[in-house]
Design a protein around this ligand. Structure first.
Ligand code: FUB
Length: 351
């Protein structure tokens, strides 16, 4: 099915691009949802063979009450979308992977990502196993649009949510992952699973370094980790790790990595403070120094993004709840990303 983009999206992108000199990239006309017949969220965008492919979550109304663990995000499949240009028609390629086809899965297919190597496309997905523990799975296809065939088991040593796979110029690929609260990252802080930790580490830990995302280099098969996942260190301006109480800046979920020149940009959601933030380093492993906010809060509780270069311009894909007004029924959008001459990312105010 083809969804025609409305003209205002184009206008907004043009305006955002023209605001190079401003510190906050404002758009006079707001971007429209890219997809209007399904609810979509957590868009991971990639360029394969000169075309933009989007791998989002597919939100549904499952009538599960809202809670701090995200039980209301009870998704069951993924669709893949593509566009030949930003502002062009968005094509829905149908169901790419269904929960019922993943042998080890229990419930909640959350934010996916995709990668390509040696003629195979890989779809990475977090889902709770039959014990209600989030693991990360991988499925393969010869086409970027699937259908994807899942591996019989989760990636060994994987846990938590929101995989984002980045391939560097030297061909090495890395998975960034993790999310606190419903994403269960806090349950693994000792290395062993502790189901008692519902949100974060809780009282008494506020002045400790914040929990943070994990990174692991992928083996060449792209199906397994090549190492034990390491912490993604995010430092403040004094070179000290961000603290757990620093809710405006610390990592919560929704990691993404992109490279601009010789710098690595680690970006993420701050969760309960609803910012998309970024930190810059000189290696895919970091450490990364906190630099600022990419996007102020969108409508809805969650915020989640990806950043991609296409035909010499940079774009941010993200979601809000314009169509439904409900936190768990989101819609994906795209805007142009603008940078200062020093590579800094200009803050977008989406409201
Ligand atoms: O879509 C479910 C969860 O909401 C994602 O995994 C998080 O990043 C947040 O967007």
């Amino acid at each position: 099915m083809i969804i025609q983009l409305k003209k205002p999206l184009l206008t907004a992108l043009v305006l955002a691009g023209a605001m190079q000199g401003a510190s906050v990239a404002q758009t006079a006309v707001k971007p429209k949802p890219l997809v209007t017949d399904l609810f979509t969220a957590d868009p991971s965008a990639h360029v394969f063979n000169g075309r933009i492919y989007i791998y989002p979550s597919h939100d549904i109304e499952a009538n599960v009450p809202q809670d701090d663990e995200g039980g209301h995000f009870n998704m069951r499949d993924y669709h893949v979308y593509s566009m030949d240009k930003v502002g062009g028609p968005v094509i829905d390629h149908g169901v790419a992977l269904d929960l019922k086809d993943i042998p080890w899965a229990g419930r909640q297919l959350w934010a996916p990502d995709a990668a390509y190597r040696n003629g195979t496309y890989f779809l990475y997905f977090p889902v709770k196993d039959k014990d209600d523990v989030f693991r990360i799975g991988v499925a393969t296809s010869k086409s970027p649009t699937g259908p994807f065939k899942p591996q019989p088991k989760p990636i060994p040593g994987s846990y938590s949510i929101d995989p984002a796979v980045f391939t560097d110029q030297d061909g090495h690929s890395y998975m960034y992952f993790g999310g606190i609260w419903g994403g269960q990252l806090q349950r693994w802080h000792t290395g062993k699973y502790d189901a008692g930790l519902k949100t974060d580490l809780g009282k008494g830990h506020e002045n400790e370094p914040a929990l943070t995302a994990k990174v692991a280099r992928m083996k060449d098969d792209m199906l397994t980790f090549d190492e034990t996942p390491k912490n993604v260190e995010i430092l403040d301006e004094n070179g000290k790790p961000l603290l757990a109480k620093d809710n405006d800046r610390r990592f919560f979920e929704g990691a993404w990595m992109h490279r601009f020149g010789d710098k690595y940009y680690f970006s993420y959601s701050t969760g309960d403070t609803h910012f998309l933030a970024y930190a810059v380093g000189s290696s895919p492993y970091g450490p990364f120094t906190y630099k600022g906010i990419i996007m102020k809060p969108v409508s809805g509780w969650t915020t989640h993004h990806s950043i991609v270069e296409f035909q010499g311009k940079w774009y941010i894909f993200y979601h809000d709840v314009e169509l439904s007004g409900k936190t768990h029924l989101r819609n994906i959008k795209v805007r142009m990303l603008t940078r200062g001459k020093d590579g800094s990312i200009q803050t977008i105010d989406p409201q």
